[in-house]
Design a protein around this ligand. Structure first.
Ligand SMILES: Nc1ncnc2c1ncn2[C@@H]1O[C@H](COP(=O)(O)OP(=O)(O)OP(=O)(O)O)[C@@H](O)[C@H]1O
Ligand SMILES: [Mg+2]
Length: 270
């Protein structure tokens, strides 16, 4: 069997305040691996630790304990960065650059240049459907267009490991289908994909294996093909909150939060 491109073992992270006091125990001992040609889904409710895990394996945050290896290297090392592509949860791009200039900038960071870089940029603009806007400033782009630039940027270094934090967020249904097809095609090329997503139907379509996090703990992990029910049913059962009352009740009733009666026609006009 292929050696994993990404390995995490017993990884923990607690956020601390200025005085070093623990504020949030974001990840309590998570372990998994992702192999070449495999799509691995990281799932969990809001605030369950998905992005924190992703930021640790990229070396953007330091883990408090446990080990992480990217192609056998420490996260954040030059060797790990060279083989990793990353689409962050929120795409931050320089607003005055065009997609073409943005890709050229990131390409040069990876030591690319000349004809090779130009070929890659043209190919990625085509792949992400951005040719028509290739020379417009990204600061004026819609959310979905910005996401497409981010996706193109994550592929410029021909990564062995592609890390996608909510790849389809902000995309229209056609864009979502295209990104899913792209992820599946990248698997065929032997690329290892780690993705987080709330769109469980998409995860069920794409992912080979999943891990469900809840409040920093691993609640379940395994092969999607082994599920006996839809992923949505399994997910909701796994992370269900039996202790939560209905929202208005939980907030103390809030009787003032109701639509005022509409003025009736027969009311005398002032
Ligand atoms: N820099 C930070 N400082 C303090 N707490 C943080 C920081 N980043 C994340 N947290 C906390 O860690 C927990 C996990 O957050 P994280 O962003 O990893 O969740 P997530 O699973 O990606 O959620 P979402 O689905 O909403 O993106 C949350 O309670 C969050 O408030
Ligand atoms: Mg997140």
């Amino acid at each position: 069997m292929d050696t994993p491109v990404l390995q995490l073992d017993a990884v923990r992270k607690t956020f601390r305040d200025f005085w070093g006091r623990p504020t949030v125990e974001a990840v309590h001992g998570i372990g998994f691996d992702v192999r070449p040609g495999e799509i691995f889904g990281l799932l969990g409710p809001n605030g369950s630790g998905k992005s924190t895990t992703i930021r640790m394996l990229l070396g953007l945050l330091r883990a408090d304990a446990g080990t992480i290896r990217v192609a056998g290297h420490a996260p954040g090392s030059r060797e790990a960065a060279a083989v990793t592509g990353y689409l962050p949860e929120i795409t931050h791009l320089h607003p005055f650059l065009t997609p073409r200039e943005t890709l050229a900038y990131y390409g040069r960071l990876f030591g690319l240049g000349g004809r090779l870089l130009k070929e890659r940029i043209d190919g990625l603009l085509r792949l992400t459907g951005l040719e028509y806007a290739a020379d417009r400033r990204v600061g004026t782009f819609s959310k979905g267009m910005t996401r497409r630039v981010g996706l193109a940027q994550s592929l410029i270094n021909a990564p062995r490991l592609l890390v996608l934090d909510e790849p389809t967020s902000g995309l229209d249904p056609i864009g979502t289908r295209e990104v899913k097809d792209l992820i599946l095609a990248l698997r065929e090329r032997g690329i290892a994909v780690l993705m987080s997503s709330h769109l469980l139907a998409d995860v069920q379509d794409c992912c080979d294996r999943i891990l469900i996090l809840d409040r920093g703990d691993v609640r379940a992990s395994g092969r999607v093909a082994d599920l006996k029910e839809t992923l949505e049913t399994f997910f909701l059962r796994t992370v269900s909150r039996t202790d939560t009352p209905p929202p208005l009740e939980a907030a103390g009733g809030l009787p003032w939060l109701a639509a005022a009666p509409a003025p009736t026609e027969d009311r005398p006009r002032p």
